[in-house]
Design a protein around this ligand. Structure first.
Ligand SMILES: Cc1cc2nc3c(=O)[nH]c(=O)nc-3n(C[C@H](O)[C@H](O)[C@H](O)COP(=O)(O)OP(=O)(O)OC[C@H]3O[C@@H](n4cnc5c(N)ncnc54)[C@H](O)[C@@H]3O)c2cc1C
Ligand code: SF4
Length: 552
């Protein structure tokens, strides 16, 4: 992997004549890019060599979004320069071999006194590095919670519930708690208040763009040259890549997103893919923005009356609650291998393939899906509700195999790493892991998207189903989902009312629902857009027409 601008810049900053021979080494993986936590935050630059590794093996394993590769490599290179500027000797390895092979080779050659590594967040990297002899793995200080927090709140075995975990962590840390140890505002969660539709007012903030510098441009050229067939568009890359960029992004969030974050958390819009969401996940997941800084900034905004409690609590719940919770679930289940030994749990016995539209964002005619897929193709991002209630929902209604969907998310999103993407998709998004961390599948017909977005107004389908010539197929697909899973879901209390309604459907309606699903599956599998009449029922239309004619 050639890197002339970067190599020159590193050589200029890495002027120190120190040799890594006999020195103490710290290996910094691609997702621990901070000087504020871990052994690097305490190391003495005078006798520490910091090692980075770029491995062409990783991008060859999956067709990661090109913007994700660019984001990771550009951040790693910029961080190496920042570390060198602090006076550390930097050893930046690049090669075709795996991380483990490159590290082993360098250790054999230079015989460092010790090599420290903060425990990697990604299971895949932990597994790979387990083969490296002499590596001293120390606890990862980027997390905000401990195993003890998880066990004491949730218990040792599943099912585990985020609410219990979150309440326990709030009490232990005192975040958003009053002097009597009660939650501020009298409740731990304001989720129920945070379900407003967005109609354009207040206007959504425009996130900053970070134009690539020479080092990032070199990364972009490398990716286009080496991995031209990887997922997504590289054009228009303007993601934060340096410490200064990350700070600017964080300041933008505090200034422009926080106030309205809560009320519009679940809203979706055809005109704006980000709304008041922070877009910080990619930066947090590589250590550029500390989760503790997000929690501190949010509570400070509340103290200074710059943001209401419902927004501040909403953001704190995501970062201190959900983000920490899912990584514990991933650890406890060994990446879901304790649920299914092949790590492919499929509680609802779903085994369909993912439609080609997910892979190239070709048009399906389902406006909500098309808008989300094109956003992901172009940016490697979409916000939580589009991930859950559009992509996962439609894939689950289609009966797509959870692991296949999860692997797609891992490739397609710039913030995806196994510890976060797998719980969110295998458990939350598809209910593939059953009730291990959520009480029920998150599925819906067209009503949900219609209520929470303006997509339907620009869609060829009618979400209400009143226009019989073009009813939205998601609703019959939803009924068909309930019908085929009726026995499995009947045991779950929270699905009870939906199951009752499903049981009331007539055999003719159930047959029609199944037919719509079959037609939609066939069209999407063939890579063809759905025609507006795909869910219309010719028998009903014909009967009405005949009846009307007869009256005349
Ligand atoms: C099917 C599905 C797949 C997902 N895949 C990923 C993924 O690969 N990587 C990822 O970081 N998040 C994932 N999430 C969680 C969440 O959707 C994203 O963290 C969030 O949308 C990122 O955008 P944001 O930074 O604007 O988030 P905001 O809405 O601004 O939220 C603030 C922060 O909270 C954290 N957060 C919120 N929800 C979650 C959650 N459920 N799990 C973990 N962290 C959370 C993130 O760090 C996020 O940056 C997934 C959710 C679903 C339903
Ligand atoms: S009508 Fe149906 S497919 Fe179209 S945007 Fe609404 S929910 Fe999505």
């Amino acid at each position: 992997m050639s890197a002339s601008a970067f190599v020159r810049a590193l050589a200029e900053r890495n002027r120190s004549p120190r040799t890594p021979q006999g020195a103490s080494w710290i290996y910094v993986p691609y997702d621990q890019l901070t000087l504020e936590r871990g052994p690097l935050s305490r190391a003495n630059p005078a006798d520490t060599c910091v090692v980075f590794i770029e491995s062409a093996d990783k991008p060859s394993r999956r067709r990661y979004h090109k913007k994700k590769l660019a984001f990771l490599l550009a951040n790693e290179r910029h961080f190496a320069l920042e570390v060198a500027e602090r006076g550390f000797a930097v050893r930046y390895l690049t090669g075709e071999a795996s991380f483990a092979e490159q590290l082993t080779e360098a250790m054999r050659e230079h015989r460092p006194r010790e090599v420290l590594l903060q425990r990697p967040a990604e299971r895949e990297l932990r597994e790979e590095l387990a083969s490296v002899e002499g590596l001293e793995v120390v606890p990862n200080e980027l997390w905000l919670t401990s195993e003890e927090d998880f066990t004491s709140a949730c218990g040792a075995s599943p099912p585990w519930r985020m609410d219990a975990f979150y309440r326990g962590v709030r009490r232990r840390t005192g975040v958003l708690m009053d002097e009597d140890d009660k939650p501020l505002g009298g409740r731990y969660s304001f989720d129920g208040d945070n379900r407003q539709r967005w109609n354009g007012d207040p206007p959504a903030p425009v996130p900053p763009r970070f134009e690539p510098d020479a080092i990032t441009r070199e990364v972009l050229a490398l990716i286009e040259r080496r991995w031209p067939r990887h997922f997504g568009a590289l054009e228009g890359f303007a993601m934060p890549c340096s410490s200064a960029d990350a700070t600017a992004m964080f300041e933008f969030v505090c200034r422009s997103c926080l106030e309205h974050f809560g009320p519009y958390e679940d809203a979706m819009s055809d005109d704006d893919a980000t709304l008041f969401h922070t877009q910080l996940s990619s930066l947090i997941n590589i250590g550029r923005v500390l989760p503790s800084a997000v929690v501190t900034a949010a509570t400070k905004a509340l103290d200074e009356e710059r943001a209401p409690l419902q927004s501040v609590e909403g953001l704190v719940r995501q970062v201190l609650g959900w983000r920490e919770f899912v990584r514990h679930v991933h650890e406890r289940t060994d990446g879901f291998r304790t649920i299914a030994s092949d790590a492919r749990p499929s509680e609802l016995d779903a085994h369909e393939g993912l439609p080609p539209a997910f892979w190239d964002a070709r048009e399906t005619g389902l406006r909500c899906l098309d808008r989300t897929l094109s956003t992901v193709w172009n940016t490697g991002y979409s916000h939580h509700i589009t991930r859950l209630m559009v992509l996962s929902n439609i894939a689950t209604l289609l009966g797509v195999e959870p692991k296949e969907l999860s692997d797609w998310f891992w490739i397609a999103y710039t913030d995806a790493f196994d510890w976060v993407v797998e719980p969110n998709v295998l458990a939350m998004g598809t209910f593939g892991a059953g009730p291990v961390m959520t009480t029920k599948p998150y599925v819906a017909g067209a009503g949900y998207v219609h209520r929470m977005s303006d997509h339907c107004a620009r869609c060829r389908f009618d979400p209400t189903g009143k226009d019989r010539a073009r009813p939205c197929p998601l609703t019959p697909m939803y009924w068909s989902f309930l019908d085929r899973n009726i026995d499995r879901l009947a045991k779950i209390d929270r699905v009870g009312p939906a199951i009752l309604s499903a049981r009331k459907r007539t055999p003719a309606q159930r047959e029609r629902d199944a037919n719509v699903l079959a037609r939609v599956r066939a069209r999407l599998a063939a890579g063809e857009p759905l025609e507006a009449s795909i869910a219309s029922d010719p028998t009903i239309v014909a009967t009405k027409t005949v009846a009307r004619r007869a009256k005349k």
